[in-house]
Design a protein around this ligand. Structure first.
Ligand SMILES: Cc1ncc(COP(=O)(O)O)c(C=O)c1O
Length: 387
């Protein structure tokens, strides 16, 4: 099944820094929920290329939009107006149901969070950011400072002193942590990398109200949870909250690097020219990919399939070794009664890809929103055999 001796594995190990624990194969192509390695073996991808393949791999509509845009105008900076940039921004605003909001495009999830925190500080004139313990927000300085999971900050000094952390899901802790010096409170609606942790019911709403009462802005990191993955158009819709700032990346452009901050109308009016910038953010190829991706998600209402597949998984993954299924839609954590790594390896040996998490007992599922009932059945069988 795998190509352990593939030349390209050795070549990559030779020429690239050894920063990732890798799957043992060289991928050559992908289509729908599947990817193929250079020996021709096929894998069903419940890891979704790290939550990026939101429409499946190399979706035809996005590939065509990218090719078409690349031939017409591959790049021009934000100094020139662009039809496709305007359309992509409008599509993101519409999917999130936030009329009057405005968008800042960048290139990644870390950058989206950096810019969201920057906007919060500028708009409020306050210095502080409150983040949550166990969170992951990216690896650039500000995003890393906000990241609560200590292992990602290990060995890094000099991170922003005005960023503090509070326990996730604890509204009393939030009441102590958020002060008149807090510009913004940043959190993942569901802590994904940590192990798909959900806050107690009502927490996000109470936090939203608390932020408003204290004049701090609510920043939701929707990098993994957004764009329909939770079985709703947005975390705002699912949890009944009104964040002033939402950060997106991952599946936004189906794999072409693209991040975005969605800024509510009242805060957008406080952003002035020169405050933010990015050479590549909002580039025409990325925006063509984002527009095609967003149109596909919206026109097919893919959040509905995410909700249906969640129900199927919850109803059929009833093995005793699964203690709990956490999460919503197609961001799910299967909590095992033992370490997940050997089970994940067993699943991989049966041709299915799944993810791990900071919690060693968790198998994380982040498949395309287009996944089918038959494909869920294939995962179920691989899981059953591996448990
Ligand atoms: C919730 C969350 N925020 C931010 C990021 C960082 O995104 P990027 O790797 O695109 O910078 C990630 C990446 O996994 C993430 O899961």
């Amino acid at each position: 099944m795998t190509t352990a001796l593939s030349t390209w594995m050795a070549e990559e190990d030779r020429f690239l820094l050894p920063t990732y624990e890798k799957f043992p194969f060289v991928l050559e192509r992908g289509e729908g929920s599947y990817v193929w390695d250079d020996a021709g073996a096929r894998y069903l991808d419940f890891y979704g290329g790290h939550a990026v393949a939101i429409l499946g791999h190399s979706p035809a509509r996005v590939a065509a939009a990218v090719a078409d845009q690349a031939k017409r105008l591959m790049f021009y900076s934000n100094l020139a107006y662009s039809k496709v940039r305007a359309e992509a921004a409008r599509a993101l605003i519409e999917l999130n149901g936030q009329a009057g909001a405005q968008v800042f495009f960048c290139n990644s999830g870390a950058e989206a969070n950096e810019n969201a925190m920057r906007i919060a500080r500028t708009a409020t004139g306050r210095p502080g950011i409150v983040a949550t313990e166990g969170s992951f927000h990216g690896r650039t300085a500000g995003a890393l400072a906000a990241t609560g999971a200590a292992k990602y900050r290990k060995g890094v000094r000099g991170l922003a002193a005005d960023t503090t952390h509070m326990p996730f899901g604890d509204i009393d802790a939030a009441k102590s942590a958020i002060t008149d010096q807090t510009a913004g409170v940043i959190l993942e609606p569901i802590q994904s990398v940590a192990g798909v942790l959900e806050a107690p019911y009502g927490y996000l709403r109470e936090l939203d109200a608390l932020c408003r009462a204290r004049g701090a802005l609510l920043i939701v990191d929707e990098v993994q949870t957004g764009l329909g993955r939770l079985g709703a158009r947005s975390a705002a819709e699912l949890y009944g909250i009104r964040p002033q700032l939402s950060a997106f990346a991952k599946g936004l452009a189906s794999g072409i690097p693209c991040g975005a901050v969605l800024v509510s109308a009242d805060i957008a009016s406080k952003v002035k020219p020169g405050g933010l910038g990015s050479t590549f953010g909002g580039g025409p190829v990325a925006c063509a990919a984002a527009l095609a991706t967003l149109e596909e998600i919206s026109s097919r209402k893919l959040w509905e399939n995410a909700a249906a597949m969640e129900a199927l998984i919850r109803g059929t993954f009833t093995f005793p070794a699964i203690r709990e299924i956490r999460g919503k839609g197609l961001l799910l954590g299967l909590v095992l009664d033992k370490p997940s790594k050997p089970v994940r390896d067993g699943i991989l040996s049966r041709g299915v890809l799944v993810g791990g998490a900071d919690d060693p007992n968790v198998i994380r599922l982040l498949p395309p929103l287009t996944i089918t009932a038959d494909e869920v059945a294939v995962l179920r069988e691989a899981l059953r055999a591996s448990l």
